[in-house]
Ligand binder design. Sequence first.
Ligand SMILES: Cc1cc2nc3c(=O)[nH]c(=O)nc-3n(C[C@H](O)[C@H](O)[C@H](O)COP(=O)(O)OP(=O)(O)OC[C@H]3O[C@@H](n4cnc5c(N)ncnc54)[C@H](O)[C@@H]3O)c2cc1C
Length: 368
Amino acid sequence: MVSELNELRARVRSFLSTELASGGFTPRCDSWLIGFDPDFSRRLGAAHLIGLMLPTEFGGYGGGTAHRLVVSEELLSAGAPVAAHWFAERQFGPSVLRHGTAVQQLEWLPKVIRGEVCIAIGLSEPDAGSDLAGVRTKAEKVDGGWLISGTKAWTSAAHHADAMVVLARTSGQRHVGLSQFIVRLPDSNVDISPIRLISGEHHFNLVTFDAAFVSDSDVLGEIGNGWTQAMQELAAERAGPERYLSTFPLLDELVRGLPRDSPSASEIGRVIADITTFRSINNKVVELLAAGDTSASEIAMLKGIGTTFEQETVGIALDIAHEPGNTTPLSPSAMALLREAQYQAPGFTIRGGTNEVLRGIVSKGLLK
Ligand SMILES: Cc1cc2nc3c(=O)[nH]c(=O)nc-3n(C[C@H](O)[C@H](O)[C@H](O)COP(=O)(O)OP(=O)(O)OC[C@H]3O[C@@H](n4cnc5c(N)ncnc54)[C@H](O)[C@@H]3O)c2cc1C
């Protein structure tokens, strides 16, 4: 297993160095959310580096959580533009495999594995973020399908997406009244409006459904099982190295440019030691996930402390950039990464569940 993982890691590195040498991408911070490049995703798919956990019968690698971890670590630390396929591979593919019909699996999984499909995740609403079970978007049964009405907020990449997985209310019961639907986009009854960052950039959206029709064949899983399915997806969302490597390309530039006698060297050393610790926790978390334990408090812990660390890295880079007497200013590429990381950093500890909410999950786990 170890040699197989090492071989896989070497293969990703070789792919990335060829891409870098040919100008295939420019490293970015937070590349899994803002590095949107469908051509890169297709090239990665063609190199069989997407769908690590999906079965070979659909074209996947047929590996496990450890295989996906190795590939993700390499892609993220290189700042590769993986946003176009990230949600499709991380949440949607495994969910379709677990809960989808044979027809849905045949339609979607090969496209996910080839890096050809962009999926948006429709959980949060203007009045239901941390309190996700308070979702109000509703789905009403009609002949042959469902009519979806309501509003989803902060939906990353919805303006690029081929489909959006929508968590909607199919009955009044708080948890068992929720179901998931695959809404194909674009749709004339679905309005997608940008929510812009302070920089003017457009990554997420407000999505309004006005009696949008979804056929019965696009229900994902059982009606009433949406809460359980969404929690499984959230565990996968929180458990990866994107929770401590979003700012790694910046860190990499800092280390390369820092003189040996810099007063910041010890600070950088501490940061690198922290990453080593996160990797150990992540290895443990993937074992838990592989064993099907999606509620483990270790997952919430990794996401909470990992994203806090990512934010701290930005602070350290700023200190270095403005260090009194610093005669070796940051390179233009480091400054560009720093600016990008500054814009993205506030969202690190909010997306996928806020730190306050994660601390609640960890403490409940400790009290078990
Ligand atoms: C960059 C980014 C991308 C995103 N992408 C998506 C996406 O693609 N799809 C999607 O569905 N969502 C997405 N989100 C939304 C994200 O999941 C929510 O913002 C998050 O879950 C918090 O919900 P909220 O914004 O409604 O805040 P609220 O839930 O209103 O929370 C407001 C404040 O109250 C605190 N709080 C709330 N409840 C508790 C509690 N029980 N105990 C202690 N404190 C509490 C929170 O910690 C927070 O500080 C994204 C968010 C960001 C920032």
